[in-house]
Ligand binder design. Structure first.
Ligand SMILES: [Zn+2]
Ligand SMILES: [Zn+2]
Length: 261
């Protein structure tokens, strides 16, 4: 059984065949999917999807790209929305100094405020961090003790950074880029993370793994990523996938009355 710990089923790229994609994911052996609403206009769709599909859980937060839209009203909408059943995480939140779609100071402010809010709600966080290694380590380093843990999604930094994040108690999620050529650094990280802290994800519809690059990504392509990680770690794919399911349940579903079977 497999888990896709991070994707975006609520996005428009899935509006025509969302139900078929979820059904096919179940047929392919996926047990859980976490879909992540990155801006306010998606929050309702996330609720609709998790309510209609036992295997899908939801997270919401304001993505660093949209940090300039974060304010008190949005924070209140998030607080209320997170009371819904099957909303199990706060995110994705963080810093993206690669695209810089929002000014850096707005990103830092939204990140800090949402970290505080996630801690108040007792929810694990989903962190997006790109080209912002120093600032991310600094902010998480100041705030992680108050929080309920979380995952660094779509991990893209080096092994030293991974060790520091693991020391803070975070899980690390490996994306499909590990199936590309020139993935030596991420392969080192994937080989190092302890069994109890590793997750994998598609970030669908983005970051499609080899050999489907160029096509839209879908949750069941996570199997290609997990197979590659297992190869690097010299583990059986099924055994590693089972560990990832346990990790996902421990991080996100422990407070749920009855995880879907
Ligand atoms: Zn992201
Ligand atoms: Zn994402």
């Amino acid at each position: 059984m497999f888990v896709d710990s991070h994707c975006h089923l609520e996005m428009e790229s899935f509006s025509k065949d969302r139900d078929q994609i979820i059904k096919k994911s179940a047929d392919e052996g996926l047990k859980y999917i976490l879909t992540v609403g990155t801006e306010e206009r998606y929050f309702g769709k996330v609720a609709e999807i998790v309510n209609g599909n036992p295997m899908v859980y939801g997270a919401i937060g304001i993505h660093p790209h949209n940090s300039k839209d974060f304010n008190k009203n949005v924070a209140e909408t998030i607080r209320v929305s997170l009371k819904q059943r099957k909303f199990v995480g706060y995110g994705e939140i963080g810093l993206d100094f690669f695209k810089n779609y929002s000014p850096r100071d707005a990103q830092i402010k939204a990140f800090r405020e949402q970290l505080a809010q996630a801690a108040d709600e007792g929810l694990p966080i989903i962190v997006h961090s790109r080209n912002a290694r120093t600032e991310t380590l600094q902010i998480l380093g100041e705030m992680y003790r108050k929080g309920s843990g979380g995952v660094i999604h779509c991990y893209s930094y080096d092994l030293e950074t991974a060790k520091r994040l693991l020391d803070m108690g975070f899980y690390i999620s490996i994306p499909g880029t590990i199936t590309y050529r020139n993935a030596e650094e991420i392969a080192k990280v994937a080989g190092y993370i302890p069994d109890e802290r590793i997750l994998a994800e598609t970030d669908a519809p983005f970051l499609t793994p080899h050999p489907h690059r160029g096509k839209r990504n879908v949750p069941y392509f996570v199997k290609l990523t997990i197979r590659r990680i297992a190869e690097i770690r010299r583990q059986e794919t099924e055994a590693l996938a089972a560990k990832m399911c346990e990790n996902f349940v421990r991080l996100f579903l422990n407070n749920q009355e009855a995880p879907a079977e």
